[in-house]
Design a protein around this ligand. Structure first.
Ligand code: PEP
Length: 260
């Protein structure tokens, strides 16, 4: 178990429109988000960061980076480069200046469709940490890897690359275990399957980062929904959720938050 406060993060992926975002955020912001027991964030497409930031600020005037902001702002990716001739990329300093708190790195969709390597993911995490952003580092095995008994080796290899590059800063990350076979498929790891992997990851973090690493939040992601959230979130080493599909419906996202 990491901190007493869980973290629930919505990953909107490449979904939304100005109109649908407005309604979704309005519903989230009008509800009791249980801020005393749960931190909440939404990772939205870059072009909608301004819209969502404005809405959050109107509901909760002040600095978005404050620890008591109702909903923190996150992005779904970031450049591995600092600045310069990288057309189409967004840097950590731009995100930081904008008021973003979290950056997802190494999501399986980026590893799969954009061929992001463990090394590249580790560099992105390093850039985020150096800029004072919290990287949400995703690791997870494919169906084939699970079926051939490689789950532990795969997630440990993915995490080892991040530990190797980030050394003692490792305790500043958020880690997300997202079995690839469970993302967007409706298949979920059972609470026991998830807990087993989370405890392996926790041990690896503590071996690398010592006592400080015990507080790292390890989220579960993969078809988490209002029905399975409670059982998953009550596992010893599951410190929150990274929610894709269910974060697009206010009623579902809110009921996952209530499950905390
Ligand atoms: C994700 O994209 O990180 C995710 C967990 O998606 P879903 O909840 O839709 O499986």
């Amino acid at each position: 178990m990491a901190q007493s406060k869980k973290l629930i993060v919505g990953n909107w992926k490449m979904n939304g429109s100005a109109q649908s975002n407005f309604h979704l955020m309005a519903e989230l912001l009008r509800t009791d988000l249980r801020a005393e027991v749960c931190d909440t964030a939404v990772c939205v497409p870059f072009v909608y960061l301004q819209q969502v930031k404005t809405q959050i600020n109107e509901a909760n005037p002040g600095d978005l980076a404050r620890s008591d902001a109702l909903i923190a702002l996150g992005s779904q990716d970031v450049s591995a480069h600092e600045s310069g001739a990288y057309t189409g990329e967004i840097s950590v300093s731009m995100l930081k200046e904008f008021g973003v708190s979290y950056v997802i790195v190494g999501h399986s969709e980026r590893r799969q469709f954009h061929h992001e390597s463990d090394q590249l993911v580790a560099i992105k995490a390093q850039r985020a940490l150096a800029a004072g952003l919290t990287p949400i580092v995703c690791v997870g095995e494919t169906k084939e890897e699970r079926e051939s008994g490689m789950t532990e080796a795969v997630v440990k290899r993915q995490l080892a690359a991040v530990i190797h590059l980030n050394g003692h800063c490792i305790s500043e990350i958020v880690l997300a275990y997202e079995p690839v076979w469970a993302i967007g498929t409706g298949l979920t790891a059972s609470p026991e399957q998830a807990q087993e992997v989370h405890s392996v990851l926790r041990a690896q973090l503590v071996a690398a980062g010592g006592e400080g690493a015990k507080k790292i939040r390890i989220l579960y992601g993969g078809s988490m929904n209002p029905k399975n959230a409670k059982a998953l979130l009550s596992q010893e080493d599951i410190d929150g959720g990274l929610i894709g599909g269910a974060s697009l419906k206010a009623v579902d996202f809110l009921s996952i938050i209530s499950a905390v």
